[in-house]
Design a protein around this ligand. Structure first.
Ligand code: GLN
Ligand code: ZN
Length: 768
């Protein structure tokens, strides 16, 4: 029996990579220094896993930005415009890579970044590969081989992790008509063969191909592609152990296909889909090894050794211990690094801490599970089982978890609690009268730059160097400046700027009962951006108002409309580590009621426009279509519960980012928000088509510029985008706004960009 890991967090347990990348991008450090940080993180991760007793330690799970972009660079699928960055600017391969990820603006060169989207149903974002009809591939970067060699030099023979050829193609996007990207497999495979050749020369024994798509709904053609890809790889490399890793879903109807692939080991996710085990075991041919993903790579709860061992024992009985590997369910990229770093008992009590495990602890769990499974009777190992069961039992009966009042209130939710008083057509008129907005009203998505200063105030406040009064005074000044500046450039619906918020979920979680926080539980979201998801451990309640004070203050400064800014129940759920002892829908309803109370209080305080952000509603969609309706039913209803207490005159906005809406547009409409703002600019308004086709009846603000890049857009390009929007959506339904919040941007970029944006809206008003 082997222990197997699919991937380790690469950001560093103190976010070393984030800091180093940002320093490099801002020109403060050299590339050499950045590369050095990368090397040292890799080395630490490998050594940690080796010391913990992991047999199959991954390499190439490290990335300076994103593992899909790494693959794109590896196979040379580099859109032409980016070569300019290297050819004419004397830049390195790494700069080319960052230009693809972040865009490039220097002197007269101005190149936008590649599109970014969510990695399956996680909050991790990857850079979408772009394919042309006659797309050619060639080995461009040898990162995979280099990192394998680097580990080997350290005395560790790793298992390189490569995104499998079928999933790589499926992750991408056709950039022209007339072909299907899966048809590119024959062009792509030779590059994989070349990589494997080099790995073989360097003595590789195991290679892990990540093929998450193998656990999703597949067309016949895609199924065939899996067959031909792995048949070819097997033929060329009979001596390398090939593992195909699936995760985030069960194999279900693809079980036969997966079991018939000519590979050595198959990895399955038994946390997400434990039911698949029986079927997989029945289908498994005699030579295939099975990697059991039993330690949750997506959540923070301590593994329940007893129930995991039941799965392992069942497998061992059926196929024998030699064919079993013990593993986390998926890459630990989605777990925080190290629970040992959580030493603040005030924020994370020892009682709750003992229920948790982060990446480093999960690695240990994998090892202990293996020892227990092979019957190791060492006192130390048995004691670990004992301690584990004590923690598991303690959590089940803890009084911290249950709040009867909340449970009753959820049970008592009625249909009418999820309905506005009147339909949109009536609300629209009343809102027009109450709000008196121009055509193409301008607004922003909520946050304004979180400068180093703003962050340092929060840090000082937390440390006690600023008292509450001082801290809040500083935030008020920043809010006032932001309100004044929005008035000055003539934005129609203002925001207070969200300076008091560290993060759109954490801020709410901190004020709700049932949540706890880590100090250092960071998880990579995209590039250098990390999030620190709160942990929902118990029933959720709202002891006091959470945002009213700030919104009310901002509104008191101006006669213009100030939009109240909330995070929606589905997003709070989706971006937290959620308790695994009750249905997600139940937890979501508890959050919905808390947000509903906040909405009610904002309205009482005189706020006429309230935005409830639901950027995560689409990413929460189950990966298999068969499961969609059930999810959408409770998720949409939760949003409606949160938003329906208000009068017709009060305008409810929602906001979503990076979303392909085609297939759920009906459900988005069912959310019944008066205005929706969406991310659109990187897709050149393509995302709007779904709304146009559906004849989306409510108002809509398609983002007119990309906020993930420091690039300043011009008025003309925004007018172009808005004209595109206007061609498909009636003008009186359109709003003008950026793609998303501006907190990661600098003030100078933000000011320039928004000035251009307001000018674009004004010019359109004249021509309309
Ligand atoms: N209101 C949030 C902000 O502006 C929305 C962020 C998001 O959609 N991710 O930061
Ligand atoms: Zn957004």
């Amino acid at each position: 029996m082997l222990t197997n890991n699919l991937g380790y967090p690469r950001i560093g347990s103190n976010r070393e990579l984030k800091k180093a990348s940002e320093q490099y991008w801002s020109g403060k450090t050299s590339q050499h220094e950045l590369l050095q940080v990368g090397r040292s993180i890799r080395q630490q991760n490998w050594q940690l896993q080796k010391a913990a007793g992991i047999d199959l330690i991954p390499s190439n799970d490290f990335s300076f930005y994103d593992q899909v972009l790494d693959m794109t660079l590896t196979v040379g699928a580099i859109p032409n415009k980016y070569y300019d960055v290297i050819l004419n600017h004397n830049n390195s391969e790494l700069d080319l890579y960052f230009a693809m990820a972040r865009g490039f603006q220097k002197e007269e060169v101005d190149i936008t970044a590649m599109e970014m989207t969510k990695w399956f149903d996680t909050n991790y974002h990857y850079i979408v590969p772009e394919f042309q009809k006659d797309q050619q591939f060639k080995l461009f970067s040898t990162k995979i081989v280099d990192e394998f060699y680097e580990a080997k030099q350290l005395g560790i023979l790793t298992k390189p992790v490569i995104i499998g050829p079928v999933s790589y193609l499926l992750l991408g996007k056709e950039k022209e008509e007339g072909f299907e990207r899966i048809d590119l497999l024959k062009n792509l495979l030779p590059v994989y063969i070349e990589i494997l050749d080099k790995l073989k020369d360097n003595g590789v024994e195991w290679v892990q191909f990540d093929e998450p798509f193998l656990a999703l709904d597949l067309s016949e053609k895609e199924k065939k592609a899996f067959n031909s890809a792995y048949t070819e790889i097997r033929k060329q490399f009979p001596g390398i152990n090939i593992m195909v890793a699936t995760y985030f879903e069960g194999l279900r109807d693809n079980t036969q296909l997966a079991a018939s692939l000519p590979i050595n080991a198959l990895h399955i996710d038994l946390v997400r889909n434990p039911e698949q085990l029986d079927e997989v075991l029945n289908a498994l041919p005699a030579n295939l090894q099975l990697s059991l993903g039993i330690v949750d790579g997506r959540n923070v709860w301590k593994n329940d050794f007893k129930s995991s061992l039941e799965l392992v024992e069942k497998t061992v009985q059926k196929i024998g211990a030699e064919r079993v590997l013990i593993a986390p369910s998926c890459s630990l990229l989605h777990s925080p690094c190290d629970l040992d770093n959580e030493t603040n008992e005030k924020t994370l009590s020892p009682e709750i801490k003992q229920w948790l495990a982060f990446a480093k602890q999960k690695i240990d769990e994998v090892k202990v599970l293996k020892e227990l499974a092979i019957g190791n009777k060492d006192a130390a190992i048995l004691e670990k089982l004992n301690q584990n069961q004590i923690a598991i039992e303690a959590r089940k009966v803890s009084t911290l978890i249950h709040n009867q009042v909340v449970k009753e209130r959820v049970k008592a939710i009625r249909e009418e609690d999820a309905k506005r008083k009147n339909p949109f057509s009536i609300r629209k008129q009343k809102q027009q009268e109450a709000l008196n907005l121009p055509l193409f009203p301008t607004t922003t998505i909520g946050s304004f730059p979180q400068t180093t200063e703003v962050r340092s105030w929060r840090a000082q406040f937390k440390k006690g160097d600023l008292n509450k009064q001082q801290y809040e005074d500083l935030l008020k000044q920043e809010t006032e400046r932001t309100i004044r500046w929005q008035e000055e450039i003539d934005i129609d619906v203002l925001v207070h700027g969200e300076f008091e918020r560290n993060d759109m979920v954490e801020y709410f979680g901190e004020q709700l009962a049932g949540f706890v926080f880590t100090k250092n539980g960071w998880v990579q979201s995209y590039g250098s951006r990390c999030v620190k998801p709160p942990i929902i451990y118990g029933d959720i309640a709202r002891p006091t108002a959470m945002t009213v004070q700030w919104t009310e203050y901002a509104q008191s400064l101006t006669s213009r409309l100030v939009k109240g800014m909330l995070t929606g129940p589905v997003t709070i759920l989706q971006w937290s580590f959620v308790r695994n002892d009750q249905a997600r829908s139940e937890t979501c309803n508890q959050i919905a009621l808390a947000i509903r109370d906040e909405v009610t209080d904002l309205e009482k305080a005189g706020i006429k426009v309230i935005q409830i952000d639901e950027p995560a509603i689409r990413e929460g969609l189950p990966l298999r279509k068969a499961d969609w309706q059930n999810y959408l039913q409770w998720a949409v209803k939760a949003f409606r519960i949160s938003s329906s207490s208000v009068a017709d005159e009060t305008q409810i906005h929602t906001h979503m980012c990076y979303s392909e809406f085609n297939d759920i547009i009906q459900n988005i409409a069912n959310m019944d928000a008066d205005v929706i703002t969406i991310e659109c600019s990187r897709s050149k308004m393509e995302l709007l088509d779904a709304f146009a086709e559906f004849k989306y009846p409510h108002e809509i603000g398609p983002g007119v510029y990309d906020i993930h890049s420091p690039r300043v857009p011009s008025k003309e390009e925004m007018i172009d985008l808005l004209k595109k929007a206007k061609a498909v959506i009636p003008a009186d339904q359109l709003w003008v706004n950026p793609d998303c919040g501006l907190k990661t941007r600098h003030w100078d970029e933000t000011k320039k960009a928004l000035l251009e944006m307001v000018a674009a809206a004004k010019e359109l008003r004249i021509t309309e």
